[in-house]
Design a protein around this ligand. Structure first.
Ligand SMILES: Cc1cc2nc3c(=O)[nH]c(=O)nc-3n(C[C@H](O)[C@H](O)[C@H](O)COP(=O)(O)OP(=O)(O)OC[C@H]3O[C@@H](n4cnc5c(N)ncnc54)[C@H](O)[C@@H]3O)c2cc1C
Length: 380
């Protein structure tokens, strides 16, 4: 590996191509960001603003995992400053334009040549490894095609910001079990997701659409009561649907539910009753048809951290990453993992909202950048 005094470095690596071993140069980025939602975009911009050379890898370009903000298909996001009432796809387009406004360029500081700016690549990070002092990101860089092998690229970076968010779990109604891909499996559910009259996953985001209206909340356990507590800011007309499962609530929670007149229906749901992309009601297996103004699902989440398999990182009961005040990921002993940061929805104990993701992204991007500085405070 050739190293000089600037951040314009290359790693000379032997790679297998058609059975022949060839030497190839790979750029070593200062910061690699995994995910280009609000958290990752802000992390990339903040690090580039400190003159770092940043790579941002985003699965949305090569797969249907386009991030949570993208899900607001027709509902406008109204609480993110600067963006006045934008749908998810419009919001993501604005983030991409923001990235494009920070292209990679060469600068010289005190005689040292450096690269700064952001390189944006479509790619699903599959594995993250340590390679000496560096990180290697094993990334699938092309859209998957039936029967075709993956196209893999390996990127190198000194620091990594994990901003890959999570996937919401969707209701188990009219699911096509024979389908291979998630998006085919939940095709009917997704028709109604992210629309004003459809499935919501964020009461704080979409509750304002259902002021004083009848809201159905789907889920089980004490967990679902959290959604009902959030819903009280908008309406007291709430029904909890468990979709065929026992409600599983503890006696104190159940007492509160009963005191507030919230009905719990444990019958399995057979199908959606919709018009176009509007969800109007649900037909139960006993033949009843129930109609609501809004539908909120609270079935939990799946963190997008498959690439951290084998890493000693601390997670909460939902699998979200535990970080310190600098956004640095902690290991199971509570020590910061060198060079590894996280931001946005993937971080444990944070509000899952866009403005929060921006703030956490900025914190992690700046911390990653700061960790690369040569001068430091003298040790005490
Ligand atoms: C339907 C809906 C409506 C919402 N409405 C609002 C609202 O009105 N106001 C509000 O403040 N918040 C809203 N939210 C919440 C908000 O969208 C999230 O809090 C926010 O998007 C989190 O940002 P993030 O960058 O952490 O994650 P995400 O936005 O989820 O972005 C994660 C990114 O990582 C990428 N990724 C995932 N895995 C990988 C991988 N392995 N390799 C590379 N890239 C990967 C994804 O493609 C995606 O681009 C809503 C959420 C939903 C689902």
């Amino acid at each position: 590996m050739e190293r000089d005094r600037t951040n314009v470095e290359q790693d000379r690596t032997a790679v297998e191509r058609d059975g022949t071993t060839v030497e190839r140069d790979r750029t070593i980025y200062d910061v690699a960001v995994i995910g280009a939602g609000p958290a990752g975009t802000q992390a990339a911009i903040s690090a580039a603003h400190q003159m770092r050379h940043v790579l941002i890898l985003d699965a949305g370009e090569v797969s249907q995992r386009k991030g949570r903000a993208y899900w607001s298909k027709t509902v406008e996001i109204q609480d993110a400053p600067v963006f006045a009432g934008v749908t998810g796809p419009q919001f993501i387009k604005a983030l991409r334009e923001w990235i494009a406004a920070h292209p990679v360029r060469e600068i010289t500081i005190a005689g040292e040549r450096r690269l700064t700016g952001i390189e944006y690549r479509g790619g699903m990070v599959l594995e993250l490894h340590r390679k000496g002092e560096l990180f290697e990101l094993v990334t699938s860089v092309q859209r998957l095609r039936e029967g075709q092998p993956l196209t893999i690229e390996r990127f190198l970076a000194r620091t990594v910001v994990v901003a890959s968010g999570f996937e919401d779990k969707w209701p188990d109604i009219e699911v096509d079990e024979s389908a291979q891909r998630l998006y085919e499996k939940y095709r009917v559910v997704f028709r109604y997701a992210g629309n004003a009259r459809g499935w919501h996953v964020c009461i704080r985001c979409d509750g304002h659409l259902h002021v004083d209206q009848h809201l159905a909340i789907l889920g089980v356990g004490d967990y679902v009561y959290g959604a009902a507590l959030g819903a009280q800011d908008f309406t007291d007309k709430i029904t909890i649907l468990t979709n065929g499962r026992p409600h599983g609530m503890s006696p104190p929670v159940l007492r509160q539910i009963q005191e507030r007149g919230i009905e719990i229906i444990e019958t399995k749901i057979k199908r959606h009753i919709g018009r176009g992309t509007d969800l109007l009601g649900l037909e139960l297996e006993d033949g009843r048809e129930l109609f609501f103004d809004g539908f909120l699902v609270d079935e939990g989440l799946e963190p997008n951290t498959q690439f951290l398999k084998g890493w000693d990182v601390q997670t909460d009961e939902e699998g979200l990453l535990v970080v310190n005040e600098d956004g640095q990921v902690l290991d199971t002993q509570g020590n910061p993992v060198p060079g590894l940061f996280a931001a946005g929805d993937i971080v444990s104990g944070t509000r899952n909202l866009i403005a929060t993701a921006f703030a956490l992204g900025q914190n992690a991007g700046l911390s990653a950048s700061d960790s690369l500085r040569k001068w430091r405070w003298p040790e005490e």
